[in-house]
Design a protein around this ligand. Sequence first.
Ligand code: PEP
Length: 253
Amino acid sequence: MRKKIVAGNWKLNNTLDQGLKLASEIVNMMNDEVKEDVSVVLGTPFIHLSSVSKITNGNANLHVAAQDCSTHSSGAYTGEVSVSMINSTGASHVIIGHSERREYHNETNEELATKVNLALEAGLTPIFCCGESLNIRESGNHEAFVSNQLSESLFHLTEEQMSKVVIAYEPIWAIGTGVTASSEQAQDMHKALRAYLATKFGQASADNTSILYGGSCKPSNANELFSQPDIDGGLIGGASLKSRDFIDIIKSF
Ligand code: PEP
């Protein structure tokens, strides 16, 4: 049975104090209100990882993620943060290949394959992001484009390694725009990606891979999205910054 997962991506938001306040609110609300077996991941800026990990480690369903990692393990790479550094904070996950990093930092599928390898070697769970632009969606090539993102960054993995990867499908045109993919559009893509994973890793592996939807997911649309057979949860940007909204999304399964 694949896991239900809701991951928040705080992006470039929250000072340390603000982040600790938000994380504490989420921990308290999770403990009081969330009865379902849902894995919840807080994707914080690097500087929050250690302190947020300490706050969350009493709840086995709560995890902490970095939003990126270096393609290098160590050395003269000013400003970079390695997977072992992330691991040493108590974080267990790392978001890899978010569309904002692909766009603003020119991250390529090949570099992302390196990041996935390093994350797995360090024992971190990669949340691998994929998704198409509006132009590609309108050209009708979206399934081929996103499938190629998977094959170039993930298809070198063994089935065992793949079992540790979470995928987040995030159509770029839906991220932070208020425009959500319809549940049908999202389900169609998730189904296609699962079928594509099966061609490489086998049906059992594909059936066990959690595929999250991301793009303007909020309390009002989460239930419809999460009710789709191939949608296993969400990667949440804006709505993860408000504890009430984030918890209501977690309670939407
Ligand atoms: C994201 O950036 O991963 C995201 C899904 O953002 P939002 O929920 O704000 O669209």
